[in-house]
Structure formats: C-alpha cells, structure tokens
Design a protein. Structure first.
Length: 221
C-alpha cells in the first residue's frame, strides 16, 4: 500500500485515522501500544525519533505531527472537503485546529501524564487537579465553538462536511471522561460527538481501535 498510518488506540492519531477511512483510499493502519512502550522500539524510532504517533508514511515521505498530517491529507484528498477552501473559513478552521492541538491537548497531557512535567509525587497530584479544572473550562469553550459553527449554518465544526475538527473534538471529549469529567455536562458537544461517531467511516475506526466514547464513572473526579 502507498500509505501507512502508525496509530495508537484512543490517541490523537484517531483524527488522521478517520480521515484516511473517510477518503476511501488504500492505506495500512499500523497499531502501536503506547502503554507497552512500543513507540520506543528501535524500528519505530528509525521512522520517528520523537517516538510519537501519529506518523503517516506516504510513499517515500514520512509526515509526523498531527497538524501537518491533517493538512497533508486535506491537500491530498480535496474532494473530501475535510477543511473549507474559502480563505477566511479555512483560516478559522485551522485556528480552531491549532487551539485544539496546542492548548486543549497538552492540558490533558498534564492530567494523564503528569510525570512528564515533574518527578515529585505531590507536584504531579497538583498538576492533575489544577489541569482538570482548566480542562472543564476548555470543554465549555469547545462547546461554544460548536454552537457558533451551528449558528452560522454549519452541520459540522468546519462546514458541511464531517472532518478532522470533529474527530479531534470527539477525542478531546473522550479524554475528558478519562479525567473524570462527565461528557453529558456538555450536552450539545456530547450529542455532536455521538452523531460523528455514527458516521460509517468513523464507526469503522472506533471498532478497529476498540474505543468506548464515555469512560466517566460517577464519583471518580
């Protein structure tokens, strides 16, 4: 196959995984189990020395970093209208994508992997509590962005077509449930996530990754 995607179940690699499935193009999904440290194998680090997913192999080209992969797939499959083509709408979509990646995503990392930011147990505990509070506000902001898109007549985050912003929104909402945040507290966002999950291509990815959308347990926060 001309394309291969290295992904890990439930990671942000879910976003390009959905895009490739939606495209209908031939590709090979290659799973790495991050919790088992498979990203640290010499074979994978020869492909991506940063030991991160996602990584897209497109012919002889290696593309890492989720924003770069999304833009690459958007350009490769223009017929899918993953992102708007009108200049201002496209700029606004990329603005939201960048915010998801550089603000919401690392906030969750501080909750889920606090040891990456401190080797002190008490500091790690504080990081989890503080960033969980931040994350609740960021999910509210995400729901507000959805409301603005819908008020502007969009069926999805970036227009008439389901795409990477919707996949990232699903991922971020699901992560919130891992952090002890009840997704039903954001009813419009949660409804949108479930609607996106029912798209046939997305449902196939969810099945392949064996994902449960809601991992919240009452009383866990």
């Amino acid at each position: 196959m001309s394309m291969q995607l290295y992904f890990s179940p439930g990671a942000c690699s879910f976003v390009p995984h959905c895009m490739l499935e939606q495209s209908g193009a031939a590709y090979e999904p290659l799973m790495l189990k991050l919790h088992k440290g498979e990203q640290n194998s010499p074979a994978f680090q020869a492909i991506n020395p940063r030991a991160q997913v996602p990584v897209l192999l497109d012919g002889d080209h290696v593309v890492s970093q989720i924003v770069a992969i999304i833009l690459h797939l958007d350009a490769k499959f223009p017929e899918q209208s993953f992102l708007p083509t009108e200049p201002l709408a496209r700029t606004q979509a990329i603005e939201t994508l960048a915010w998801m990646n550089n603000t919401v995503h690392p906030t969750f990392t501080h909750i889920f992997l606090p040891h990456k930011y401190s080797d002190q147990a008490d500091v790690q505990a504080q990081l989890k509590v503080f960033n969980t509070q931040l994350y609740t506000g960021l999910l509210s902001e995400l729901q507000g962005l959805l409301a603005a898109a819908q008020a502007g007549g969009s069926d999805w985050f970036a227009g008439a077509h389901a795409g990477p912003l919707d996949a990232y929104a699903l991922t971020l909402t699901r992560w919130g449930s891992i952090a002890g945040i009840d997704p039903s507290a954001y009813p419009a966002l949660w409804e949108h996530v479930n609607r996106f999950a029912q798209e046939p291509a997305v449902a196939r990815v969810i099945a392949r990754e064996r994902l449960h959308l809601n991992l919240y347990t009452p009383g866990q926060a």
